[in-house]
Design a protein around this ligand. Structure first.
Ligand SMILES: Nc1ncnc2c1ncn2[C@@H]1O[C@H](COP(=O)(O)OP(=O)(O)OP(=O)(O)O)[C@@H](O)[C@H]1O
Ligand SMILES: Cc1cn([C@H]2C[C@H](O)[C@@H](COP(=O)(O)O)O2)c(=O)[nH]c1=O
Length: 256
C-alpha cells in the first residue's frame, strides 16, 4: 500500500491487485500464478463473480450500480463521479474484509482495484481527450488513496484490445457493441498510461509479447516478491501517528 505508511518492516501480508480490461486474462493468469505458489494469497473476486451468497454492503452497492446502469457491462450509471464514489466505497469495503488476512501475514490478491475505478470513470468524463482522461485518472487515484491505502503492487495485464474483446464475448456468450469495444480499447490505452506514472507500484505483463506460461510465471514471481520490504499501513485520514491497520504499531508523529 503506497500511501500513509512509515517504512519500518511490518508483519502484514501484501495487498496485490490485478488490473486490465475485460477479457484480458487477469483471472486466468492470476489463478495459474497462484496455483504455482506454496503460500497462496487470499483471492478477492472481481465484481462479476459476486452474484451469489450473502448480500453484504458491497453486493448491495453493486446491485444499485447495476440497476442504475441497466445492463451496461461497464456499470455506467450516468453520473460518473457519483458512480466513482460508490465504486470506491465498494473497494473500501473490500479492504475492510481482507484486513484480518493481511494482519495474519497472508497476501491478498484483488481482482481489480481502485485503478479500474480511476481509469473507467476518467474515460467516461473525457471520452475524446486522452490527456484530460489521464489527469483525471491520477486525480481519482489521489482521491481513492484518501479512502483507503492503494495496493502495494498492481499487476496490469495488457493485450491487443480486440483479442480481449473476443475472449470476453466468448466467455460471456454476448456481442459487445462497437461503442463498448471502443471503450475497452481506450481503457486499455489509459491503463498503460496510468501505470507509467507509478512504476514503483505497477508491473505490466503484455500478452502481445509474452506467452501464457511466461506471463503466469512473471505474475507468480511478482506476487512472491511483494512480501518483502513492506511498511506499516495506516488509515489515510488518521495521519502519520495512527496505529498500523495490520500490526497495531503506532507511527512516528510528524516532526514538529
Ligand atoms: N491463455 C489462455 N488460454 C485459454 N483461455 C484463456 C486464456 N487467457 C484467458 N482465457 C479465457 O479468456 C476468458 C477471459 O479471461 P479472464 O476471465 O481471465 O479475463 P479477465 O481479465 O479476468 O476479465 P473480466 O475483467 O471481464 O472478468 C476466460 O474465459 C478465460 O478462461
Ligand atoms: C472495479 C470496477 C469495475 N468496473 C467494471 C469493469 C467491468 O466491466 C465490470 C465488472 O468488473 P469485474 O471486476 O472484471 O468483474 O465492472 C468499473 O467500471 N469500475 C470499477 O472500479
Amino acid at each position: 500500500m503506497t500511501t500513509t505508511q512509515v517504512r519500518h518492516s511490518c508483519t502484514r501480508g501484501p495487498l496485490i491487485a490485478a488490473e486490465g480490461i475485460n477479457g484480458v486474462g487477469k483471472t486466468y493468469l492470476t489463478k495459474r500464478a497462484i496455483d504455482a505458489l506454496d503460500d497462496k494469497p487470499l483471492m478477492l473476486d472481481g465484481f462479476s463473480q459476486r452474484t451469489t451468497g450473502r448480500p453484504g454492503l458491497d453486493k448491495l452497492l453493486l446491485r444499485a450500480l447495476r440497476e442504475a446502469s441497466a445492463g451496461d457491462p461497464f456499470l455506467r450509471g450516468g453520473a460518473p463521479l457519483a458512480d466513482a464514489l460508490i465504486l470506491l466505497a465498494i473497494k473500501r469495503h473490500d479492504l475492510d474484509t481482507v484486513v484480518p488476512a493481511l494482519s495474519s501475514g497472508r497476501a491478498v490478491a484483488e481482482g481489480r482495484s481502485v485503478d479500474s475505478t480511476a481509469v473507467c470513470q476518467a474515460l467516461l468524463l473525457h471520452p475524446d481527450n486522452p490527456d484530460a482522461a489521464l489527469r483525471t485518472a491520477t486525480a481519482l487515484l489521489d482521491l481513492a488513496s484518501s479512502y483507503r491505502p492503494l495496493p502495494d503492487l498492481t499487476i496490469l495485464v495488457t493485450d491487443d484490445a480486440a483479442q480481449a474483446v473476443a475472449r470476453a464475448q466468448q466467455r460471456d456468450q454476448c456481442v459487445l457493441t462497437t461503442e463498448q469495444a471502443v471503450f475497452m480499447r481506450d481503457a486499455a490505452a489509459l491503463y498503460e498510461r496510468v501505470a507509467a506514472t507509478d512504476p514503483a507500484r505497477y508491473r505490466v505483463v503484455d500478452r502481445r509479447s509474452v506467452g501464457e506460461h511466461e506471463a503466469a510465471e512473471q505474475i507468480r514471481a511478482w506476487i512472491h516478491g511483494a512480501r518483502t520490504g513492506l511498511g506499516c499501513v495506516r488509515e489515510p485520514w488518521q495521519g502519520p501517528g495512527a496505529r498500523c491497520m495490520c500490526c497495531g504499531r503506532r507511527g512516528d508523529a510528524a516532526p514538529a
